[in-house]
Design a protein around this ligand. Structure first.
Ligand SMILES: C[S@@+](CC[C@H](N)C(=O)[O-])C[C@H]1O[C@@H](n2cnc3c(N)ncnc32)[C@H](O)[C@@H]1O
Length: 483
């Protein structure tokens, strides 16, 4: 039973757009389960931290450790939780775009603007023809944009994509140097010297796919300026880089001209799709970045953080060691409560959010190609470079839960699992075998814990493919380890 009543609206940071984000689940549900089960001064391990919102909540109440297989996720969690309360204020005051990033940002942007000048001009003309540019603030229907849609569709259909293009465009003298810069030979040199300038990864791979050309150049230029901070020896500048990279990931997430992720770009046949795409592509990246930074600073100023928080990046198994008595958490990952919110469908996050991972890594990965050697529409890195989760595999999901629960129980930690009913992969498997899915799930947990509780809350789902589906958000709690 949930006993405590907590603050009805805890201060939470803005998050990236993410399948399965737990912002709504925290409010008066997960927050209460956490408050009921973590001792005062205790530690929580958020094993699959995603956007970092649960870690952000926890870090205001408990010492918090976060982990995720994705680098972007570690960066976000780090920007939320890894602050020393004694110098958080001065650190936040010291963040200053003009001093920290502006000159490197502008130098990279100027170089790319001069190379891609004619393309940028054409794109600008197309995007400025849309109604929200003409009639700022007025809500106009699709019909107001029919002409602009046609012009932009034509523009995009004219072999605009930069990297992985089949046509030979080297004869086009106006853009010759630009095409060369994003050609395979040039990108191979970037792959061996990732800090070479101008930074051009997002422009080459995703302009006219997930972002406008102008947006892609701005993202590359901000990333370039951030990597200059990352590569110094100064720990304060490195910390600043985490803050700025988290803000850049955020603005890239909410500017995608895919729907709300990067699994596939939109098709160009429907007018409404072109219009939505143009609207997203008209967002100003620098403006969004500065606003995100300011919001994050305000959030961090408004809260009190516990000390000793830390973020990890890796398969959750990397935090566990196989002791003679069985798996248990390594010393640095010991906690009082392990919160597990793994994927609940067969969709790997590394596919839906590959652009964020590439932006965080920024190492010009080779892209996946089809049998004919053509870069795939979604522009994913090659499969070997994308993390494949056992929780997304029908053959492995039960094994993963068993391992994660046994390690937590053996380490003396309470387990709290978030999952979705009836859509969770493991629950579907139990149903297929004619078993009662929730009873089986409880039994699995009961192998390692003396006491098992199940909490449910009905919600409309926000995941992919099952949007607006009524589901139960489940919290399965295991306490009192059998060891
Ligand atoms: C449902 S999301 C977590 C959402 C998060 N609680 C939030 O509120 O934003 C699941 C996360 O698990 C991560 N993940 C999947 N398999 C993993 C594994 N084996 N080890 C670590 N992280 C994993 C994914 O990258 C994804 O971010």
């Amino acid at each position: 039973m949930i006993t405590q009543t907590t603050d009805p609206s805890p201060a939470l940071p803005q998050t990236i757009w993410y399948m399965g984000v737990k912002t709504r689940v925290l409010d008066n549900f997960l927050d209460q389960v956490l408050q009921d089960n973590v001792p005062r001064g205790g530690t929580v391990l958020d094993l699959f931290s995603g956007t970092g919102v649960v870690s952000a909540y926890c870090s205001q109440h408990f010492r918090t450790l976060s982990n995720d297989s994705q680098l972007y996720s570690k960066v976000l969690a780090s920007a939320f939780i890894e602050h020393d309360p004694s110098n958080k204020g001065p650190f936040l005051d010291s963040l200053n775009f003009e001093e920290d990033l502006k000159s490197a940002f502008e130098a990279n942007q100027d170089q790319l603007h001069s190379l891609f000048g004619p393309e940028l001009e054409k794109e600008k003309t197309c995007l400025e023809a849309f109604s929200w540019e003409r009639e700022k603030g007025r809500r106009l229907g699709l019909s107001a944009d029919i002409e602009a849609i046609e012009v932009y569709r034509k523009f995009l259909s004219e072999n605009r994509v930069l990297y992985g293009h089949s046509a030979d465009r080297s004869q086009n003298s106006e853009l010759k140097s630009a095409w060369e810069l994003v050609g395979e030979k040039s990108l191979d040199t970037y792959r061996s010297q990732v800090h070479q300038t101008p930074a051009v990864l997002v422009t080459a791979y995703y302009a006219h796919i997930y972002f406008s050309l102008k947006q892609a150049i701005a993202i590359d230029s901000l990333r370039h300026a951030i990597s200059k901070l990352e590569t110094t020896e100064d720990p304060v500048l490195k910390r600043k880089a985490q803050h700025y990279l988290a803000c850049l990931l955020h603005v890239a997430s909410v500017s995608t001209s895919g729907t709300s992720h990067f699994a596939q770009p939109r098709h160009l046949n429907k007018d409404s799709e072109i219009r939505s795409l143009a609207k997203r592509r008209s967002l100003d990246i620098l403006e969004g970045f500065l606003e995100t930074s300011s919001n994050l600073k305000n959030y961090l100023r408004s809260i009190e953080l516990q000390t000793g928080n830390r973020s990890f990046r890796g398969d959750y198994r990397s935090l566990i060691e196989d002791a003679p008595s069985g798996p248990r958490y390594k010393a640095e990952a010991q906690s009082d409560l392990v919160y597990m919110d793994p994927p609940y469908t067969s969709d790997n996050y590394s596919r839906f959010y590959h652009v964020l991972e590439v932006l965080a890594e920024y190492d010009y990965p080779k892209l996946q190609r089809d049998k004919q050697g053509k870069v795939l529409r979604g522009r994913y890195p090659q499969i070997e470079q994308r993390f494949q989760s056992g929780f997304c595999s029908t053959g492995k999901v039960e094994q993963e839960f068993t391992y994660a629960l046994s390690a937590a129980a053996r380490s003396g930690a309470t387990s709290v699992i978030s999952y979705s009913y009836p859509t969770g992969l493991l629950l579907k498997l139990y149903s297929k075998k004619q078993q009662d899915p929730l009873e089986e799930f409880k039994k699995l947990c009961g192998q390692f814990y003396k006491e098992v509780e199940l909490h449910k809350r009905s919600m409309m789902h926000s995941g992919q493919g099952d949007r607006n589906l009524a589901i139960d958000e489940i919290l399965l709690v295991g306490k009192g380890s059998r060891k």
